[in-house]
Structure formats: C-alpha cells, structure tokens
Design a protein around this ligand. Structure first.
Ligand SMILES: CC(C)(COP(=O)(O)OP(=O)(O)OC[C@H]1O[C@@H](n2cnc3c(N)ncnc32)[C@H](O)[C@@H]1OP(=O)(O)O)[C@@H](O)C(=O)NCCC(=O)NCCS
Length: 392
C-alpha cells in the first residue's frame, strides 16, 4: 500500500449562527478555502484529481453535488472531479477515509478532502429526510438532542459535569485563539457583509474574517447553570452544553509519496488507520470508543501512543461518555483530549467538522512535537468514525 500523506490541512474561521459567514454561500466559502490550500502549497489546481466534499444538508445552495461545485466555483480546470459525501457528522472524516484509501490503493495521487456546512443558510434538517416505516418499527428514532439526554441518563452524567466540560471547552478555545494556536490552520476569508443604510438599499462592505466567532469567552458556570433544558423539560442538555449551530468549511490535501515528491511538497502528517462502526440508532452518539478501538487496533497502537486526542463535541454528554468508556478522564483533565476546545465552543459545522478537527489535530501535534494523534466523531442515527494520524 502507498502512504496517504497529509500535505496540509486548513479551515475557514468558524462563524456563529447568523454571523459573518451567513453572508456567503457554502460553495463560495469552500472555494476560498481550497484556493488558499493550493496557493500556500504552490500546487497547480490542474494537478488535483478529485475533490471529496462532506456535506450533510444537501439541499438548496448545498445541493447538486457541492463537491463538484466547489471546484468550479474556485475556478479550477474542469478536469478536477468532485463528489459529495454524507456520513452525517462524520462526512469530512469519511472524505479523509475515501481520499486516503484511494491514494493508498494507488487509484489517485492528489485529492482534496474536506467539507462545508452553512447552518445559518441551509438549516439542519431542512432537507426533510425520512426513513422507511420498517426502520421506525425497529428503532425508536429520535433527534440527536434526545440521544444526548439518554446518554447522560445511562452514564449517570450530571448537569454540573456537562456544564463544566462545556465551560472548559470555551476556556480552552479562547486560550487557543489568544495564543495563536490556530494560526497554522485558519485561512482568513473575505465576505461581503450588507450594512443597512438610512432606509435605502443595504451597501456591501468587504470584510476580512480571520477569527472563530462563536466562542463565548465571557461565559460563567453560573450563567450556564441558569439555561433551560433545550430538548426535554426535566433534562440536562442545554444550549450551553450542546455543539453550536455555525457556518464553516475545512480542507485537507492528501497525496501519495510519489506525487508529493514530484511536486516538491513537504507533508505534515500521514493517515495511519481508520475505524468505522454502527451502533444502536436510538442512543446513536456513543460509538466513539468503539470506532477509536478499531482504528487503534488497525494501527497496532494504544491510547498511550496517542499524544493528542480530538473527540467531536457534538454534546458534552458525548465527551463525558467517551472519556469514561475509553478510560481517558485523566488525560482529558490534563489537556490531552480536546486541548483547544471543540464543537461546543468553536461550533460544529456538520459536513466540515471532520476536516476541521484533522487540521486542529495536525497543528496541535506540531505544537507539542508529538507523534500520533486520534480524532473521533459520533454520527447521527448511530455510527462513529475515527482516524489515527502520525506526524512525518
Ligand atoms: C441546543 C440548541 C437547540 C440550542 O439552540 P438555541 O437555543 O438557538 O441556542 P443558542 O446557541 O442561540 O443559545 C441560546 C441562548 O442561550 C444562551 N447561551 C448559550 N450558550 C451559552 C453559554 N455557553 N453561556 C451562557 N449563555 C449561553 C445565550 O443567551 C443564547 O442566546 P444569545 O446567543 O442571544 O446570547 C442548538 O444549539 C442545537 O440543536 N445544537 C445541537 C446541534 C446538533 O444536533 N448537531 C449535531 C450533533 S450530533
């Protein structure tokens, strides 16, 4: 098998709901991200063979195979193919998997893997999905927030614990921004933001957007404790301990060794292994330990080999359940798990998050001079996906 090298991994800053990025389409935002990726690596877009793009709510501006449209919007040659992948919240970790598998098997040599979700413009669920009555007969299908409540109940997680994880997420993300920890991964983007005139038509002002916008650095445990449950009246899951609804895009450049050497590219890391797993659809969000165990087994490595671990903060209960089941509570407290915040503080732009946490993991491994990292994500309706990467 060939090595699947991570040449580089970048992302847009994440925009809060109805914030700065709500004024740009997802294909146009993604085009800026992928152009920044190739420009900073001096890669001619004509060299890219395929764009593998994660996106969950594939309707309206995110429909019609947005992966292909990203490439066309970016002004790349028509020869660059593109596809769109839906593995729900794990979509752009799946595009990593697809890109790495294609490179490892020798089918492709240079692939852009990534994703987008503009949750302000194309709301989650607006594609009006449904399942067969046969599935509804077999499983009690609920929305993610209800599963987050169910996990809190089954794992005996208190509201205080969930709020503490969430408060910590905001503190860690604010520190990461202040210390410039995202500088290697965030590519500033330009957005035409309308400004209301005196009763006239709004004028457009071009804004350079460079810093994650959703982090609530002023939040306190007291404020978080005062929030009402978001999904069930006597529940523990609130707006404060759920991932935020946001806008964003992220991209990873994946190359074979031969292509990297032909183009003079210096890889930052490589994909070592992946793990995917299906779990019970009602509880749905508890598969991270199992997917991680599969990826670790394939790599022949253990948690002790992992210098940094990213678990997607879909909900604080997911993080707590993962830490408990994977035996990582101490490492979470020590800052080895989600050292720079996550979906609760930065936000979780569904289709983009897999590539986003990959970019964050690569940067953090470099900052720590670490070797191996693992990223894992739970997935709507009962799955999980994990990847092990190694700095090279
Ligand atoms: C939980 C959820 C329904 C909350 O939606 P919402 O009520 O619109 O949430 P908001 O983020 O706008 O927060 C509402 C208010 O709560 C308060 N609040 C939220 N987080 C807070 C925090 N950390 N500290 C203090 N106040 C907070 C604020 O007053 C906020 O209003 P503001 O933004 O005007 O200041 C929504 O965020 C959600 O569905 N998240 C999960 C998404 C999801 O399922 N993703 C897939 C995962 S599998």
């Amino acid at each position: 098998m060939n090595e699947a090298l991570i040449v580089d991994a970048v992302r847009s800053p994440i925009g809060k709901r109805n914030g700065t990025l709500s004024h740009i389409r997802g294909d146009e935002l993604s085009a800026q991200v992928v152009n920044a990726l190739v420009e900073r690596n001096s890669v001619d877009p004509a060299e890219i063979e395929d764009v593998q793009w994660g996106c969950v709510t594939q309707i309206d501006e995110q429909a019609w195979n947005i992966g292909r449209n990203v490439s066309l919007t970016a002004g790349w040659p028509v020869s660059v193919a593109g596809t769109t992948v839906d593995r729900q919240c794990g979509s752009s970790m799946q595009t990593n998997f697809n890109a790495a598998a294609a490179v490892a098997s020798g089918q492709l040599d240079l692939v852009v893997s990534g994703g987008v979700e503009m949750m302000s413009r194309v709301p989650m669920g607006s594609n009006n999905g449904s399942m067969s009555p046969l599935v509804y007969e077999r499983y009690d299908i609920v929305m993610q927030g209800i599963s987050a409540e169910e996990i809190a109940k089954q794992w005996n997680l208190s509201r205080e614990e969930l709020d503490r994880i969430s408060y910590e997420s905001h503190q860690r993300a604010a520190r990461a921004i202040d210390e410039g920890r995202f500088e290697k991964e965030v590519v500033p983007v330009e957005v035409d933001v309308p400004e209301e005139g005196d009763g006239g038509a709004p004028t457009l002002t071009r804004v350079r957007f460079a810093v994650d916008e959703a982090v609530r650095r002023e939040t306190t445990l007291e404020k978080m404790a005062s929030l009402q449950p978001a999904f069930i009246a006597d529940g523990v899951v609130t707006a404060g301990n759920s991932s935020q609804i946001v806008d964003g895009s992220a991209a990873v450049l994946v190359a074979s060794e031969a292509k990297a050497s032909e183009l003079g590219l210096t890889p930052r890391a490589r994909f070592v292994s992946f793990g995917v797993v299906g779990v019970e659809p009602h509880l749905m969000l508890h598969g991270n330990p199992e997917a991680s165990a599969k990826a670790l087994a394939k790599a022949g490595l253990t948690w002790d080999d992992m210098d940094v671990i990213e678990v997607n903060e879909a909900f604080a209960s997911v993080v707590a359940q993962f830490n408990a089941d994977a035996g990582l509570q101490e490492r979470y407290e020590a800052g080895d798990v989600n050292p720079n915040g996550g979906g609760i503080s930065l936000g979780h732009p569904l289709g983009a998050t897999g590539a986003r946490i990959t970019a964050t993991l690569v940067s953090e491994l470099e900052r720590r001079n670490g070797r191996y990292g693992l990223a894992t994500m739970c997935i709507g309706f009962g799955q999980a996906i994990a990847a092990v990467i190694e700095r090279v």
